[in-house]
Structures are given as C-alpha cells and as structure tokens.
Design a protein around this ligand. Structure first.
Ligand code: CMX
Ligand code: CO
Length: 141
C-alpha cells in the first residue's frame, strides 16, 4: 500500500527563520512553498531525495493562526516533529482498507494537499501516538 516516505512534517514558529537552517545543515533546497488555508499552515517543502515513486521531503509548517492543528501543537509542545506522511498510489483504496481495519480517520475522504496532491490524516491514537498522513501525488509530481 505504501510507496515511500513522502515527508516528515515539522512544526516551526517561523518558516523564514527555519528554511535557511535546514538548507545549510543538510544542503537541501526549498523547492516549493504554499499556504493551505484549510490546514491552517504556511508550508515549505525541502527535497531530500527524488525516487521512482515520487520525492521525499522535509515539510516545514508554520501556523497561520493559533487555533489550528499546528498552532495548538506549538503552544502545547513547542517546535518538533508533527507528523509523518507516506506516499500511496491509490488513496481511496488505502482509506477504504483502513476503515475496514477500524482506524480512526481524521479525513474520511481525501482533501487538498501540497502541489495539488490528495491527502488524508489518520489519528495518532491508533498508530503509536504518531499523526499520520497519506499522500497521493498529483499527476506529474
Ligand atoms: N502528534 C501526536 N499526537 C498529537 C498531535 C500530533 N501532531 N496533535 C495532537 N496530538 C494528541 C495530543 O497530545 C492529545 O493527546 P492526549 O489526549 O493524550 O493529551 C490529543 O492528540 C488531542 O490533542 P489536541 O491538542 O486537543 O488536538 P485535537 O484533538 O484538536 O487535534 C488532531 C488533533 C490530530 C485531530 C488534529 O491535529 C488534526 O486534525 N490533524 C490533521 C490536520 C493537520 O495536522 N494539518 C496540518 C498539517 C497539514 C499538512 O501536512 O499538509
Ligand atoms: Co504533511
């Protein structure tokens, strides 16, 4: 079902401050930035590896408001790893299978993610305390 680690999502207070740190530390390049209003974030994607099944990235996340998932996370725990995201070929099939398995889906149907991808979150409680995202990349990504 899973094709790759798509990204590791890291909650930060400031993209402007954190992007250069990650670029310099690991010689990464920030290849994309966007604001996702529904998710309540400004995000930056730093490419780690381009593979046959799609890229792997560090995703830096800055909240656009305090009353958002990342805003609440930062207030409670401070900056750090917020979620892990796995690539899938068919997110509808993956969600159907997880539903049958009794997992607690935050998104029962896919929503809009980075660069036109379709994404869905699975609640951390059933997965060892790790908030988990599935990503079906848009065609050509
Ligand atoms: N990782 C692990 N546990 C988390 C967590 C995270 N990122 N966020 C919250 N939790 C835990 C809390 O520690 C808390 O646990 P306890 O009950 O044991 O104290 C519990 O979940 C509830 O915490 P909360 O602060 O009240 O958070 P909510 O229930 O309001 O929301 C969640 C939790 C997962 C439903 C919410 O964060 C969510 O919907 N996330 C999906 C969307 C998202 O994260 N978007 C931003 C990223 C966008 C992107 O990657 O594109
Ligand atoms: Co993500």
């Amino acid at each position: 079902m899973l094709t790759r680690i798509d990204h590791v999502g890291i909650a930060v207070a400031s993209l402007t401050e954190t992007i250069p740190i990650y670029e310099q530390a690991f010689n990464l390049k920030c290849v994309h930035q966007e604001t996702n209003e529904r998710q309540g974030v400004r995000e930056a994607m730093l490419l780690v590896h381009s593979g046959d099944t799609g890229g792997s990235y560090v995703q830096l996340l800055e909240p656009i408001r305090d009353d958002t998932p990342v805003g609440k996370f930062l207030a409670k725990r401070g900056p750090g790893i917020h979620h892990i995201a796995y690539g899938v070929d068919d997110i509808d099939a993956a969600l159907a299978s997880l539903t049958v398995g009794g997992f607690d889906l935050v998104n029962k149907t896919p929503v809009h993610g980075t660069s036109g991808s379709r994404i869905a979150f699975i609640h951390p409680k059933g997965l060892g305390g790790v908030l988990t995202e599935l990503v079906e990349a848009a065609a050509g990504h």
